[in-house]
Ligand binder design. Structure first.
Ligand SMILES: [Mg+2]
Length: 423
């Protein structure tokens, strides 16, 4: 049996450890995206990188807001800015949702308490929970900052699993002061699904006896791995629930390898092992900002993001070979582009490449942009890709320059050296 452990509204629960008066109240964590990095005179910026793929504690001192009353979410004109990243169940009862704007949330629930994020606290608690779980379960995988998988096969008898995870949940609350929900199932995919339905602070075990009654009525979009486009594809063939999906094997499998794999995941036929090595699979940076039309300024922001990400790539000492850029526009429009390039990593080349990706991805030129994100993945050490030798000598020179720049930046800050194009 596999189990999936997920912290309930993690950032709010963490805030409640620090301030227990927040218990039982509608609380949300709001974030103004850290757009300070775009200021032309930015100095001593710290960067908080996203952890897509496996979780590795960041080595950056995360951005923190000291005073977390509403004033930190108002701009110079007194307007409330920012979005919610997490909300308590008491807040959700008012219709409050993640990624809702703070302004909108306050209209729904005027007495909502909004706190600023505290990334270093989250990292610390996440680490504590990981340590705790490693002592209780032989195989533990950290899937994100607030999500873990465990393998209980051969460790706990199937019949004892409901009691084991129920006890684990209470133990975590006692020891770490965090409420978690736990799902148990024959595969990790179904365990994750079970957790969703166990929330908040609950447990759910799925075995061969209740598999069909649990899985079949669930809407397809609630299964991890079914995104917007897959959802529409399924809907277009009258498949709305997982049960309907399971009944239409031929249809689903005719859509190609991803759908084939998806079918088996829903059906509990395949599983992936618990990976305890927590290897980082990708690294990215993104920023959300006030709607911006000015393409010149957007390009400058691409340079800024590229510089920060380049710093992190060099610090991690990895060579990414797949580069992905995503643009979010107003009115829920998105556009993305990616490129594979198996070459030595140098900052100048990376900067040029990001700009090219932006040109190619920017298909909605009449719309304002609200978010830019760049992700790099498929590191050579994992994919065992060979680097191209064309122009290798010239590349090595550039690489040396990149490394020298890095030394200076590690000493004096990421803002020490900038490309002319950024000024
Ligand atoms: Mg969670």
């Amino acid at each position: 049996m596999k189990i999936h452990i997920d912290i309930d509204c993690f950032f709010v629960s963490a805030a409640r450890i620090i301030d227990p008066t927040l218990n039982h109240k509608p609380v949300a964590i709001g974030g103004r995206s850290d757009t300070k990095i775009f200021n032309k005179d930015a100095k001593n910026q710290t960067v908080n990188f996203e952890n897509s793929g496996s979780f590795v504690p960041t080595f950056y001192k995360a951005y923190e807001t000291k005073d977390d009353d509403l004033s930190s979410f108002t701009d110079e004109n007194g307007k409330v800015r920012g979005i919610l990243t997490t909300s308590s169940y008491e807040a959700r009862a008012f219709g409050i949702k993640t990624t809702m704007s703070i302004r909108e949330a306050l209209q729904l629930c005027p007495h909502l308490i909004i706190k600023a994020p505290n990334m270093s606290l989250y990292q610390e608690l996440s680490h504590k929970l990981h340590e705790f779980l490693s002592k209780r379960i032989p195989l533990v995988e950290q899937a994100s900052i607030d999500e873990f998988y465990g393998d209980l096969t051969g460790w706990v008898d199937e019949a004892d699993i409901p009691a084991f995870i129920d006890n684990l949940r209470h133990e975590i609350l006692r020891e770490i002061k965090l409420p978690v929900s736990i799902g148990g199932a024959p595969t990790r995919y179904i365990a994750k699904l079970a957790t969703t339905y166990a929330k908040p602070f609950g447990c759910k075990t799925i075995d061969k006896y209740n598999f069909d009654t649990f899985v079949n009525p669930i809407k397809v979009e609630n299964f991890a791995g079914i995104g917007k486009s897959m959802k529409w594809r399924l809907h277009s063939t009258q498949i709305y629930t997982l049960g309907e999906l399971r009944n239409r094997r031929g249809t689903v499998e005719s859509w190609g390898p991803y759908a084939k794999d998806l079918y088996k995941r829903v059906n509990g036929e395949i599983d992936a092992p618990i990976n305890t090595t927590h290897k980082r699979k990708s690294i990215g940076i993104s920023r959300t900002f006030d709607p911006l039309f000015d393409r010149v300024e957007l390009k400058r922001r691409i340079h800024v993001l590229a510089r920060h990400l380049s710093y992190a790539i060099l610090k991690l000492n990895v060579t990414p070979t797949v580069f992905h850029l995503n643009i979010s526009y107003e009115m829920n429009q998105n556009s993305h582009k990616n490129i594979s390039l198996a070459e030595l990593f140098t900052e100048k080349k990376f900067d040029t490449l990001c700009l090219q990706l932006f040109y190619d991805a920017d298909t909605q030129r009449r719309l304002q942009v609200i978010r830019l994100s760049i992700t790099c993945s498929s590191f050579t050490r994992d994919s065992k890709k060979e680097l191209s030798l064309i122009g290798f000598q010239e590349e090595q020179k550039m690489r040396k320059l990149t490394e020298e720049t890095q030394v200076l930046r590690e000493k004096y800050g990421i803002d020490t050296l900038k490309w002319g194009s950024e000024m």
